[in-house]
Ligand binder design. Sequence first.
Ligand SMILES: [Zn+2]
Length: 345
Amino acid sequence: MTGGFGFSGKRDWLARGLLWSGVPFLLSKLPARDSLLVLNYHRIGNPADDLFDPGVFSATAEEFDNQVTYLKSHVSLITLDEALAFIDGRKIEKTGRCRLLITFDDGYLDNYEIAFSILRSQGVQGVFFLATSMVGSCKIPWWDQIAYLVKTAQRRRFTLRYPADLEVDVDEKGLEESLREVLKLYKRPENSDPARFIQELAEAAKGKELPGTLRRFLNWDEAREMTRGGMAIGSHTHSHHVLSQLDPGRQYEELSKSRGIFKEELGIEADVLAYPVGGKTSFTGETQKLAREAGYRAAFSFYGGTNLQGKANPYDVKRIGIGGQSWSRFRVQTDVCRFTGRYWP
Ligand SMILES: [Zn+2]
């Protein structure tokens, strides 16, 4: 569920040009800005190896390992406690001025199997935001259900009628583009009945039956092992509902219920929250107030941007998504942030 491939491809080329031009070298002559950059990952692995949504794969294991290695020698990788101190405006004992925090959303099993082992072996902390109803489950979130149904479709051409008409032609447009169009249709505000959408897609595409017994999310034993291994855990609410679509009472329930479960299962106070989806319209001023009332010290969004010292809103901490960008682009993004405190998309 990332942006268009065209945009991404152009940015990757531009990044290569910038690296050749020596712009990062010139930037390195500037004093670094006091900033906090928060990276957000979802899945680690190879999207070609499974039938679910390729859009939530952030990097392969090898790419992630290389990224962490690069970051370790170029920025100050910090812990959640240090990030909270920065957000509160307190001094933290780090020399570098571009502080970087690594976060993961959703708690897919590969976060435990791959990301955790890489982070632990590199001595770096990651913050893993888990939706408590999904922990240890075989649940298939809507984006993965849609991808599975499109990828296993027995019909190459089919028409969807809800919530608007869409002609899907896998042979003409290719699998990736077709999938992107179906996901876009699902996300339209008129889609008030997600179950109907999935059912109609299954019938139209004649996709295979969804696997019901494959565990897809890390469980509580694994989460406990991760906290013992130096990782931090935060809340991604209980059910992963978009909070702005719920009334204040249900929003509060989503926020406080998951905090209660973390306390019971892991013995921790969940200090931080990541808003599901995390775009500007996925939470409101009221949501921010409710997050504070529920006991969270900070909440993370997901629409880009960095956080400058003294200017960070604790209930809208900006994060940027890592999603299949080239190595050149990753390096330019890190360097630009380091020396300007801003993010280059
Ligand atoms: Zn999520």
